[in-house]
Ligand binder design. Structure first.
Ligand code: ATP
Length: 234
């Protein structure tokens, strides 16, 4: 579904990605793991069309052009950004409506918004409340719900567990694992490596803008060279 070859991204003098190759097949959940600053978000943001990049990103057989976020969204690539990107001064409902702005099937889309409020009962309960009043976990659900409303084929999740309590993180990871059953393809950026490897099919480990290892989740768990530095603690 997605092929990345030789992806390079610079932020001024800083080189964030130094030639990344990556593949995501239809229906897979693939993780990007690595420490702060390794380049994980930069990969997700490049795919979403939010950055200028060098190299090739091919999605469903067609090359993506840099900086084409809305076009990519219309073609089925939705990003839930780090920090969630919730509009704090808008209500839960208004935030969800943002998710359907690229859709032309408006009446079906409105029905999907109603279904989303049922799928996440906590959002239904807070429908007319300000998004800023939701807890971190609830805001993450809202951000994901909003992204799902664009009917994505490829969902990019950038550190969704950041700042969440352990119980909430468990709930979130279970939910992500279920996306596979809905036919979604997912790229999950995470730092919680051990927990992430339990739910994904494959993962790429990044270090200073390069892929250092990749493989199936099980192969990475079993690989003695995938040291405690990557899997320690989480
Ligand atoms: P994090 O978990 O902190 O998001 P990451 O692995 O996602 O880490 P990136 O955010 O992709 O890493 O950052 C990769 C490199 O690019 C880092 O050195 C970072 O400091 C730098 N960088 C990221 N965004 C910018 C920016 N807007 N301007 C300048 N440098 C940036």
């Amino acid at each position: 579904m997605l092929t990345i070859r030789g992806l390079q991204v610079r932020y001024g003098a800083i080189t964030a990605l130094r030639g990344v190759d990556l593949d995501i097949k239809q229906g897979e959940i693939v993780a990007l793991l690595g420490a702060n600053g390794a380049g994980k978000s930069t990969i997700a943001r490049s795919i979403a069309g939010l950055l200028p990049f060098q190299g090739d990103i091919t999605y469903q057989g067609e090359k993506l052009v840099p900086n084409a976020a809305e076009k990519n969204l219309r073609r089925g690539i939705a990003l839930v950004p780090e920090g969630r990107g919730i509009l704090a001064r808008m209500t839960v409902y208004e935030n969800l409506l943002m998710g359907i702005y690229t859709r032309s099937d408006k009446s079906e889309a409105m029905a999907d918004v109603a279904k989303m409020l049922e799928r996440f009962p906590i959002l239904g309960k807070r429908r007319d409340g300000l998004a800023s009043l939701l807890s971190g976990g609830e805001q993450q659900m809202l951000a994901i719900g909003r992204a799902l409303l664009s009917k994505p084929k490829l969902l990019l999740l950038d550190e969704p567990s950041l700042g969440l309590a352990p119980l909430m993180t468990d709930t979130l990871f279970k939910m992500i694992a279920q996306f596979r059953d809905e036919g979604l393809t997912v790229l999950l950026v995470e730092q919680k490596a051990r927990q992430t490897l339990k739910i994904v099919d494959r993962a790429y480990l990044l270090e200073t803008g390069r892929v250092v290892t990749s493989g199936t989740a099980q192969a990475l768990i079993d690989d003695p060279t995938v040291s405690d530095a990557f899997l320690g603690g989480t």
